[in-house]
Design a protein around this ligand. Structure first.
Ligand SMILES: O=C(O)CCC(=O)C(=O)O
Ligand SMILES: [Fe+2]
Length: 355
């Protein structure tokens, strides 16, 4: 897979060079270290087929230019959920929301849920920021409920359109235990390269909505304020956590059985890795165990629970931290979010990066 534009020609050679260096050193890159693979999995995927054009309409209200079909590859005709591309491949996109009127949502005990939502409310009035290790910072309940709703709606709209959610796989046939969509640039699991067009169907990834970029900026800003207070004598907090401007985002949706093995995010450009530009990760929906470790050893990994609205950032000295998602806690998503979005049981994760 190559970049198709002149502008990206230099990136192509860098990306290829970087990838062959990785291969030469025998290191596995981004999401390379899966465990518990257990063969193929379709996560009981549900694919949305529009019944009428009205089904395709989800209003966008933040003044972005992104919309269904705005980035059609070649001269293809597309319909959300069932897109036919010039490459001749027919892809059904996974719909992260239920189309039908809300059915019975299986909830944990209501007391447990109420307590957790009360905790979240308290946290919002007094946001908790915690450094997990140098350059790795957790912002609890950073994304407001209204913004969580908006993010789900936008991911849903983009996810059933051109370049939307699909279950990626490796060249040996193994499938990742999640649904994925890329924004800005496409990440190819088979080659571990970033490309402008995805090989599975020739689709061009939708662009990153401005609203998402603003939230990323705010999360980095809040981290800097935290570090300034913690290290008043430091010359610049960017020594601990560099600023970054995302040009790509990988959006994952995990159903109850979804998971992601310990891996490093290292398929971004050598410059990005060298400058240790952070990864900014949003969690929405069901909670998940998130483990991280300096090495590939799962047994020595630390573990935290990421809840809906949490943001985790890892850059600087933690840029190449191994991390993974071994478990999704079903039935833990905020009730209000489910009511307003019809989000399926599961967890939505967005990781923003600068190539
Ligand atoms: O889902 C998560 O929290 C992590 C996702 C991740 O590590 C990735 O997409 O590279
Ligand atoms: Fe990752």
């Amino acid at each position: 897979m190559e970049y198709r534009t002149n502008q990206c020609a230099s990136l192509t050679s860098k990306a290829n060079r970087y990838s062959s260096e990785q291969r030469a050193s025998g290191q596995r890159g981004h999401r390379g270290g899966y465990r518990n693979q257990g063969g193929l999995s379709n996560q009981n995927a549900q694919y949305w087929k529009p019944k009428s054009p009205k089904d395709c309409e989800t209003p966008l209200s933040y003044g972005d230019t992104t919309s269904i079909g705005s980035v059609r590859p070649h001269s293809a005709v597309s319909l959300p959920g069932h897109v036919q591309y010039a490459l001749g491949k027919d892809i059904s996109c996974f719909d992260i929301c239920r189309v039908e009127k809300k059915g019975p949502v299986k909830l944990n005990s209501s007391l447990f849920r109420k307590n957790r939502e009360r905790r979240n409310e308290l946290a919002k009035s007094c946001p908790q920021i915690k450094e997990l290790r140098p350059g790795m910072i957790l912002l609890k309940s950073f994304i407001s409920e209204a913004n969580q709703v908006e993010i789900v709606k936008r991911c849903r709209t983009l996810g059933v359109g051109v370049g939307g959610f699909y279950q990626p796989g490796y060249s040996d046939g193994r499938k990742l235990r999640l649904q994925m969509m890329c924004l800005g640039k496409n990440w190819e699991p088979q080659t571990r390269l970033y490309t402008d067009i995805r090989s599975i169907d020739g689709a061009k990834p939708p662009s990153i909505p401005n609203m998402f970029r603003t939230l990323v900026e705010e999360a980095i800003q809040a981290s800097h304020v935290y570090y300034e207070a913690k290290h008043p004598k430091i010359h610049s907090v960017e020594e601990i956590l560099p600023r970054m401007s995302p040009d790509l985002c990988i959006v994952n949706f995990y159903t109850d059985s979804g998971k992601l093995g310990l891996h490093q995010d290292r398929d971004e450009s050598p410059e990005s890795i060298e400058k240790a530009l952070p990864i900014v990760s949003f969690s929405i929906g069901d909670s998940a165990d998130f483990e991280y470790s300096e090495n590939r050893d799962v047994d020595s990994a630390a573990s935290i629970v990421l809840e809906s609205g949490d943001v985790i950032i890892f850059g600087g000295k933690s840029r190449l931290i191994f991390h993974g998602v071994p478990k999704i806690h079903s039935g833990t998503a905020p009730e209000q979010l489910l009511e307003e979005t019809n989000l399926r049981p599961g967890r939505l994760n967005l990781t923003f990066r600068q190539y």
